[in-house]
Design a protein around this ligand. Structure first.
Ligand code: C2E
Ligand code: MG
Ligand code: MG
Ligand code: MG
Length: 296
């Protein structure tokens, strides 16, 4: 009976739903079909977002975040194309492209005798099971003649849930090579603590969902504090993602969180802007200097 009902404009609800699904499928097909071409045209770019240490006031690393500037569709958001490319497997080629771009950038900076910070790259759950990432990353380091500490790896619990044992084996190998491992979006999923118990991680990146709730919920702030305390017990570094205000930054510093990443410090910026950012940056810096408002 519900399906028979008709909306005020005379369209059947399930027909509307069908249309939305159809549009999304068509757009997904279009994105998938143009991915390879976009790679060749350089429409995928790496943006960099610095992470700021609360006590030393230094930039301790930057996260590499992919951006897609499509020649027809304009900017396509990672939250739209990453899940799609994870479903169809294209993420593997895309992540390889990003990792190599980051290695090339670090090599260029070193050749230019510039001080660099480690750059963390995102590793999709799909990457773990469709290629030998230990070998791939080792080859990249060798190709660009880089030490492992200039490239760091952000992993999420979705990979862990796929195959805990396998992920443990791979991460242990990556640690042996010398990579620093960050657990991304910590606290947002179902098995964060289970994962923490079983995997050799160095840094917890606390999911921004907690900081988004802080203004309305005392409990959200308390949970961030508890995670930071637990991390201190476990000798892990903590990074808060999504820091947008001075108040949040002060709070995090006071509870002993190590570092913050977010619009308050800097948005993700292009490689060129990041190059100049690091150029102007002589550590330690005042908040005025690093709080440059670059536009994305
Ligand atoms: P993530 O790894 O958790 O990255 C953090 C996201 O938070 C980024 O979104 C970043 O732009 C955003 N962000 C940073 N500071 C703030 C802030 O102060 N406020 C708010 N509201 N947001 C902030 P982005 O770049 O859209 O990426 C979304 C997700 O897509 C990433 O989440 C990551 O899971 C995935 N992703 C991005 N680049 C890559 C990539 O190269 N490979 C893979 N596999 N995944 C990627
Ligand atoms: Mg990340
Ligand atoms: Mg994250
Ligand atoms: Mg996140």
């Amino acid at each position: 009976v519900a399906l028979q009902s008709v909306t005020p404009n005379g369209i059947k609800p399930y027909a509307v739903y069908d249309n939305i699904m159809h549009d999304k499928m068509r757009r997904d097909q279009m994105l998938a079909a143009s991915m390879k071409n976009s790679l060749d045209r350089g429409e995928f770019q790496v943006f960099y977002q610095p992470m700021y240490d609360f006590s030393t006031k230094q930039i301790i690393r930057a996260e590499a975040l992919i951006r897609w500037f499509h020649h027809e569709l304009g900017t396509v958001h990672p939250n739209e194309f990453i899940p799609l490319f994870e479903r169809n497997g294209m993420i593997v080629a895309l992540d390889q492209y990003i990792w190599e771009a980051v290695c090339r950038y670090q090599r260029q900076c070193l050749d230019a005798m510039r001080s660099i910070v480690p750059v963390s790259v995102n590793v999709s759950r799909v990457d773990f099971y469709h290629q030998d990432i230990v070998e791939l990353l080792t080859i990249l380091l060798r190709k660009y003649d880089l030490p492992p500490h200039v490239l760091e790896l952000e992993v999420t619990e979705s990979a862990y849930m796929d195959d805990p044992r396998q992920m443990r084996v791979i991460l242990t190998q990556l640690k042996e090579v010398g990579f620093h491992i960050l657990m991304d979006d910590f606290g947002s999923g179902y098995s964060s603590l289970n994962m923490l118990m079983n995997l050799p991680v160095d840094t917890l990146k606390i999911d921004m969902l907690f900081i988004r709730q802080m203004d309305i919920s005392q409990r959200a702030g308390d949970i961030i504090g508890s995670i930071v305390q637990m991390a201190q017990w476990l000798n892990l570094e903590t990074v808060m993602e999504g820091v947008e205000t001075r108040e949040q930054s002060e709070y995090l510093k006071n509870i002993g969180c190590n570092a913050g990443q977010g619009y308050y410090f800097s948005k993700p910026i292009s490689e060129t802007d990041f190059f100049h950012f690091m150029d102007e940056y002589t550590p330690p810096v005042s908040e005025e200097i690093i709080n440059i408002d670059y536009n994305m």
